[in-house]
Design a protein around this ligand. Structure first.
Ligand SMILES: [Zn+2]
Ligand SMILES: [Zn+2]
Length: 422
């Protein structure tokens, strides 16, 4: 088996691996990376003809460059239905943003269309044919709705690609299981939090709800930036646990993502809970509705999660003079993003001015990735012959491979463009 490392090697982002075995070339994910200066980085181009692509989930660091493959070929694209619908939403959005910024788009409408037309919808636990002697079984990764790990049987050797995964339950999702359809010769495993434990979810939720209550009691507005896919819906479910007696608004692309997610009940852990959380909040449809919101305490969940755009800017501006308001960040803030800068320097660029934010800014660890303990016990349960540590920074992936070797596994943390042979 040969693995071409096209991205996500000693870095988080632009995932891409071309696995060649038994005359089959299978591409696993093909995503984008924004570096520390917010510059867009593409994955390496595969040198061989791609027979099939598997997309683990819709996040742009895994899906963002997939349509580009279809500009010059027409392989099969295997994925779950929510992943396809969410990826189509994010692809269209990145095309729109590129055009607005006057940048060359990473792909064109016709490439997106070809990708959609080539898709083969797979359900969890069911084998999908990839041609020749190769087949794949997608397994629930527990990361975002529709997310999968891919178990691939090449007829000669087997491989498991985790994509991003979480073995713990969240409001939205049941955690991933380590039960496999068969033995695993090669495991490609994400390493995002191989070095760190997460705070228990109940503790994070309790702290988050307390901070909202405190904000509202003081007459402030609770502004909750959230990622459109998965996080916004989870946060609304957490908020719906308590009756705060104030309006809860949902705004931005999180609405489109919610529309898609709520149409796949089979992919949601507590479907009734999600449905009622989405019904209880008020969907802000346009600028006019946004401007009509009264200057009284309220909660707003909106995009972008790292403040890289979106209606959150309307709320930050409208409430800038209310120092009792709070900004409650609900996910990791990539270095170089406005959200990370806000945490570090307490400023944000808004309406061509640098606004010094006097309101409290708090970040909550609502992670959808397995923590250190979970990753190690997952690897132990799967018990593969070989392990490839990816999707983590340099120090993390190398440290992870070293610790796995100490435990008797055959492990490696490849660099970009490495070609691994097993
Ligand atoms: Zn992800
Ligand atoms: Zn990722």
């Amino acid at each position: 088996m040969k693995i071409n490392c096209l991205g996500a090697c000693q870095e988080v982002g632009r995932s891409g691996f071309l696995v060649s075995e038994n005359n089959s070339n299978v591409l696993l994910d093909y995503g984008l990376l924004f570096d520390d200066n917010n510059k867009l980085m593409y994955p390496v181009k595969p040198q061989e003809k791609v027979d099939a692509c598997i997309l683990s989930h819709a996040h742009l660091d895994h899906s963002g460059f997939i349509p580009n493959i279809f500009a010059s070929g027409k392989p099969k694209l295997v994925l779950t239905e929510p992943t396809l619908k969410l990826a189509e939403l994010l692809w269209a959005d990145s095309l729109k943003i590129a055009r607005l910024n006057g940048e060359r788009p990473p792909f064109f409408e016709q490439d997106m269309q070809k990708a959609s037309d080539s898709s083969i919808i797979a359900g969890y636990g069911k084998e999908a044919d990839l041609g020749k002697t190769t087949s794949t079984t997608l397994l629930d990764a527990g990361h975002i709705p529709g997310s999968s790990m891919a178990y691939i049987d090449f007829g000669s050797k087997t491989l498991l690609y985790t994509g991003d995964f979480n073995t713990s339950d969240s409001r939205l999702q049941t955690g991933a299981s380590s039960e496999m359809p068969g033995d695993v010769d090669v495991l490609i495993v994400e390493s995002t939090y191989c070095n760190r434990e997460h705070e228990p979810r109940e503790k994070v939720e309790k702290h988050f709800l307390e901070k909202i209550a405190e904000t509202l009691e003081n007459g402030g507005v609770a502004m909750v930036p959230a990622f459109a896919v998965g996080r916004a819906q989870e946060i609304l479910q957490v908020i719906s646990d308590r009756d705060f007696g104030v309006p809860v608004y949902l705004d931005g692309m999180a609405k489109d993502a919610s529309d898609i997610i709520v149409s796949y009940p089979g992919f949601i852990r507590d479907y009734d809970g999600l449905q009622s959380a989405l019904q209880e909040c008020i969907w802000i449809e346009n600028e006019r509705e946004r401007k009509r919101i009264k200057k009284e305490p309220y909660i707003v969940v909106t995009t972008a999660g790292m403040l890289s755009g979106g209606p959150i800017y309307h709320y930050l501006w409208a409430n800038r003079k209310n120092n009792d308001s709070k900004i409650l960040l609900t996910g990791y803030q990539v270095p170089g993003t406005p959200g990370e800068r806000l945490m570090r320097e307490g400023v944000i660029d808004i309406r061509n001015t640098e606004l010094a934010v006097k309101q409290e800014v708090i970040k909550f660890d609502f992670s959808s990735h397995a923590g250190k303990k979970e990753i190690f016990s997952f690897v132990k349960d799967v018990n593969p012959e070989n392990i490839v540590c990816v999707h983590g920074d340099k120090e993390n992936t190398i440290g992870f491979a070293t610790r796995l070797k100490e435990k008797g596994f055959n492990a490696v943390a490849p660099k970009l463009k490495d070609i691994l042979k097993f």
